[in-house]
Design a protein around this ligand. Structure first.
Ligand code: PMP
Length: 289
């Protein structure tokens, strides 16, 4: 693991931040999880636009703006030196006193971690994962806007904990109205009558970059797509369900709450999209060298 911190890249076990950083004390900050495929940062512009919008939404000024972030991301990826990697870019509110007031923090802190990540064991990508409906609901936008990729992931962590305690691989989070929002760190897609369906951001989904890519690849392939509110009914009526995320990849779902989805195994649509995604990812991206 390599970490960019305070102006230089260091080994992971050398990287330390002060305990008064408000990212640590209050989860005050924003982040991105990015992929390096074949020495290119996948859809870097989209990640920069999203973190910039999130930072603005929470009144956080990024030192040096997205130009500085780009430089940090590429330098950290180069230092790790791997052809394929996972990058975690964090902008925290920075150091302040023991009070929640963000104005106590004069300058935001930028951290970038380059490493490898495995959200599910690789064999599950072949068989599909099991999900359970979480009792934790996704907070509405006027509580904690799900479009801001903030450091406050307690809701996500508790949903994942609940799913794992029940022996499942992943949680399905609904919003307060009972509509599907997303999974703990991934967006949800359903296939019904050949149409690709995914919940809109207004229902509590992060505007995922893998999600956007899948929608674009499907459209380019002539497959119909639709963003619309969905419930558990739609999951059981679907022929296929899968998740998308930078860390997770494109992950088939085989069951929800112990009930098989479709044939209970990855279907043809997810296979085709995985292949299209891999082809696209091999050619798209900002070179790290
Ligand atoms: N939802 C949440 C809550 C996430 O943390 C992530 C991972 N960043 C996603 C969805 C998927 O988004 P992306 O494809 O941009 O990684």
């Amino acid at each position: 693991m390599k970490v960019w911190l305070d102006g230089r890249v260091m080994d992971g076990d050398e990287a330390r931040i002060p305990v008064t950083d408000h990212g640590f004390l209050y989860g005050d900050g924003v982040f991105e999880g990015m992929r390096v495929h074949a020495r290119r940062v996948f859809r870097m512009d989209d990640h920069m636009a999203r973190i910039d919008a999130g930072a603005r939404a929470i009144g956080l000024e990024i030192p040096g703006g997205s130009d500085a972030l780009r430089g940090v991301v590429l330098e950290t990826a180069r230092a790790l030196g791997a052809d394929d990697a996972y990058l975690r870019l964090v902008v925290s509110r920075g150091e302040g006193g023991l009070g929640v007031d963000p104005t106590l923090c004069p300058v935001a802190r930028i951290v970038c971690i380059a490493d490898h990540i495995r959200i599910y064991p690789p064999e599950l990508l072949r068989t599909g994962i099991s999900m359970v409906t979480s009792t934790w609901r996704r907070p509405p936008a006027d509580v904690l806007d799900p479009r801001v990729k903030s450091l406050n992931y307690l809701n996500n962590a508790l949903a994942k904990q609940e799913a794992r305690r029940q022996g499942a691989d992943e949680a399905l989070l609904l919003n307060a109205a009972g509509n599907i929002a997303e999974a703990s760190v991934a967006n949800v897609f359903l296939v019904r009558d050949g149409v690709l369906l995914t919940p809109p951001a207004i229902d509590g989904a992060l505007e995922g970059i893998t999600r956007r890519t899948v929608l674009e690849l499907a459209a380019a392939d002539g497959s119909p797509t639709r963003e619309c509110s969905l419930g558990r009914f739609d999951v059981f009526a679907a022929s296929e369900v899968f998740l998308t995320g930078s860390g997770a990849g494109i992950v088939p779902v085989r069951s929800l709450d112990g009930q098989a989805i479709g044939k209970g195994e990855p279907g043809p649509v997810v296979h085709r999209l995985q292949q299209a995604f891999d082809r696209f990812a091999a050619s798209e991206g900002t070179p790290i060298d």
